[in-house]
Design a binder for this molecule. Structure first.
Ligand code: AP5
Length: 224
């Protein structure tokens, strides 16, 4: 089976969510962002949210089995039958292995893993300017990708806010977690011939165009 099962990989603030939102529209695919799912659980005060909040605030990772269960349900759902975009998952080797098992059980496979390569200095600059709407999930940047009206979402005028874990002291811990626990996935997927690299320092539009062109070539090669 050759459905469009895509993974976005990269450090915090690389632009995974920004690109995933665009690709989800392009290909009409569901976008599963584990960070968004967890933040929603925190806002809703669920058990998952209560467990995740202190971990997220310290820049660490929630336990693999919990997050794998959350994603597993979504991948197996009917809305993901033609493909899905994963943003923020997998984030550790055990999560990647669990995903392999899950997909194998469903008779499916990963189509491509897109690494948005962005240096730490750039990430720190971007995260300090990030704002988002809790209502629409739309992401902006006061320096690089501002909304039309300051502090308001272009989609519905809802208020734009900063994430709790975007404080500078948490960002350095998130980066350390990325390098220690998530960066090994680059080799993991490269060895399987699935990894595609994109220069995350280019503009949002340039990165988007490059990803689309790469996916178009891959789809032609695979005949889907
Ligand atoms: P999560 O929400 O996934 O955070 P993250 O991976 O740290 O990634 P970010 O959302 O910060 O960045 P992004 O790459 O999506 O960048 P964005 O597009 O917003 O996770 C949060 C926490 O949840 C984790 O720390 C962990 O605790 C927990 N968690 C989540 N998943 C987990 C898992 N699988 N296992 C365990 N724990 C998990 O862009 C950033 C900014 O830059 C924006 O303002 C944007 O407008 C701007 N921008 C984007 N692209 C460009 C560009 N090309 N040029 C200029 N500006 C740009």
């Amino acid at each position: 089976m050759s459905d469009l099962n895509l993974i976005l990989l990269g450090p915090p603030g690389a632009g995974k969510g920004t690109q995933a939102q665009r690709l989800a529209k392009d290909f009409e695919l569901p976008h599963y962002a584990t960070g968004d799912i967890l933040r929603q659980a925190v806002d809703d005060g669920t058990e998952l949210g209560k467990q995740a909040k202190p971990i997220m605030d310290s820049g660490g990772l929630v336990p693999d089995d919990i997050i794998t269960g959350v994603i597993g349900e979504r991948i197996a759902s009917s809305e993901a039958a033609d493909g899905f975009i994963l943003d923020g998952f997998p984030r550790t080797i055990p999560q990647a292995e669990a995903l392999d098992v899950l997909l194998e059980r469903l008779g499916r496979r990963i189509f491509a893993v897109m690494l948005i390569d962005t240096p730490d200095e750039e990430v720190i600059k971007r995260i300090s300017g990030r704002r988002f709407s809790k209502k629409t999930g739309q992401i902006y940047n006061i320096h690089f990708d501002p909304p039309k009206h300051e502090g308001r979402c272009d989609v519905d005028g809802s208020e734009l806010v900063q994430r709790d874990d975007d404080r500078p002291e948490v960002v350095s811990d998130r980066l350390a977690t990325y390098h220690a626990q998530t960066a090994p996935l680059i080799d993991y997927y490269d060895q399987r011939g699935l990894l595609r690299r994109f220069d995350g320092t280019r503009s949002v539009t340039e990165v988007h165009d490059h990803i689309r062109a790469t996916l178009a070539t891959l789809r032609l090669e695979e005949g889907i």
